[in-house]
Design a binder for this molecule. Structure first.
Ligand code: FAD
Length: 374
């Protein structure tokens, strides 16, 4: 049989795409090397920040606003609580580009943003300790997505809408053409259209069609610390992004009594995504411990940490585009550690590109042609 669309990778981006395509009445096959949600890619660890006053650049704001609408829609459709409105504070020196962008995004798009000096922020959140020259830009309508629950919700809707999902079936090879064929260990599948949403494996997979995308799979870690619930509970303390001249950290209040969660955004080692990730180790712990001792000093002991995969592009902007010379293959990759919040909107965009050849969103920031691919 020839499917209308095959989606390779049913993780954050792929499962939302599969749902949108099936909802449009298409005959969709989603293939995943594991069984999403799982801990092998980029979508585990309970929580992801969603913020609208975007520090990475104001041009992301319309896209993330649409994503926010679609998360609300997903909650309504599945009767699941997926978004937690904790607010998000963006912290750093006032002159830092990220902080400037947060303010610019809020100004341009009329987003609620409260600005606090270090002293004011420490009064509002007594669990916080900031140097005098830092500011906190607090976005009260931002918050946290329950990442695995979001994926489960899209999975349920996609299957109900008639999509087929084959789990634990890794695609080894893609053959482009008017009819695209994809090969797994035991099967060959054919479709009129292909969507590649393979996360940290996108680079190796696209090499099978002679395209080299500059997406580097990278090992990252995050950890949970015991927290005084009077200071750090989700109703009291917000999610946070800290920007320094040479590093960036992000994290979460204690949600469901889990403790303070913290990760470092910059850096990390390039990896082969097929190798087992080096477990969370002493050096990872020291780095996070140094941060939390300084800025949330009333935390308790480290509980545990985990490794995870980022897919980094050189400019940290995403790739969402057709494959050069193959208008029936669309790819979405290189989400560079800030993609999850967008995945509801990415699913809509990928379905539109596949079915209509275009999207109502401005995608110029995400063009593959900004890189050399051969
Ligand atoms: C620790 C951590 C914290 C983060 N925090 C945030 C945050 O706060 N906010 C935010 O917006 N983003 C955040 N991100 C980034 C975000 O989670 C990722 O950008 C997003 O999950 C990437 O989605 P994806 O679909 O590309 O990858 P994934 O969700 O990993 O999905 C890729 C899927 O493709 C499958 N696959 C791969 N190769 C094949 C193949 N050959 N055949 C079949 N299937 C295949 C995989 O099994 C996987 O299921 C964070 C990421 C990490 C790791």
């Amino acid at each position: 049989m020839i499917y209308d669309v095959i989606v390779i990778g049913a993780g954050s981006m792929g499962i939302a795409t599969g749902y949108n395509l099936a909802k449009a009445g298409k005959n969709v096959l989603m293939l995943d090397a594991f069984n999403p949600p799982h801990e092998e890619g980029s979508h585990h660890g309970e929580t992801r920040i969603i913020r609208f006053a975007y520090g990475e650049g104001a041009s992301y704001v319309p896209f993330v606003k649409r994503a926010g609408e679609l998360w609300k829609e997903l909650e309504a459709l599945t009767d699941e609580a997926l978004f937690l409105q904790t607010g998000v504070m963006n912290v750093g020196e006032e002159t830092h580009t990220f902080i400037q962008n947060v303010k610019k995004s809020a100004r341009l798009y009329d987003l609620a943003l409260e600005q606090y000096s270090a002293a004011e922020a420490m009064e509002k959140w007594p669990g916080l300790s900031l140097p005098e020259n830092f500011v906190a830009c607090f976005e009260p309508t931002a918050g946290v997505l329950r990442v695995e629950a979001c994926i489960r919700a899209y999975k349920k809707l996609a299957l109900e809408a008639g999509a087929t999902l084959h789990t634990n079936e890794k695609v080894q090879n893609i053959k482009a053409g008017e009819i695209v064929s994809v090969q797994t260990a035991n099967n060959i599948y054919e479709a009129k259209h292909l969507v590649v949403t393979a996360g940290a494996w996108a680079t190796e997979l696209l090499q099978t069609v002679d395209i080299t995308i500059p997406v580097t799979p990278t090992r990252k870690t995050f950890a949970w610390f015991e927290a005084d619930e009077h200071l750090y509970h989700e109703d009291i303390f917000p999610a946070y992004c800290f920007e320094f001249a040479d590093s960036a950290y992000y994290g979460f209040p204690s949600i469901d009594g889990a403790g303070l969660k913290l990760g470092r955004h910059d850096g990390g080692d390039g990896i082969n995504p097929n190798d087992p990730l080096r477990p969370f180790d002493e050096q990872d712990a020291i780095d996070l411990q140094n941060f939390i001792n300084r800025f949330m000093p009333q935390h308790g002991a480290l509980k545990f940490g985990k490794p995870c995969k980022y897919s980094m592009t050189p400019d940290e902007d995403f790739i969402i585009d057709f494959l050069p010379e193959h208008q029936n293959i669309v790819i979405a990759a290189g989400f560079s550690g800030h993609g999850f919040k967008f995945s509801s909107a990415v699913g809509e965009v990928l379905a539109d590109l596949t079915l209509n050849g275009k999207s109502k969103h401005v995608l110029s920031l995400f063009k593959l042609s900004r890189f050399k691919t051969h």
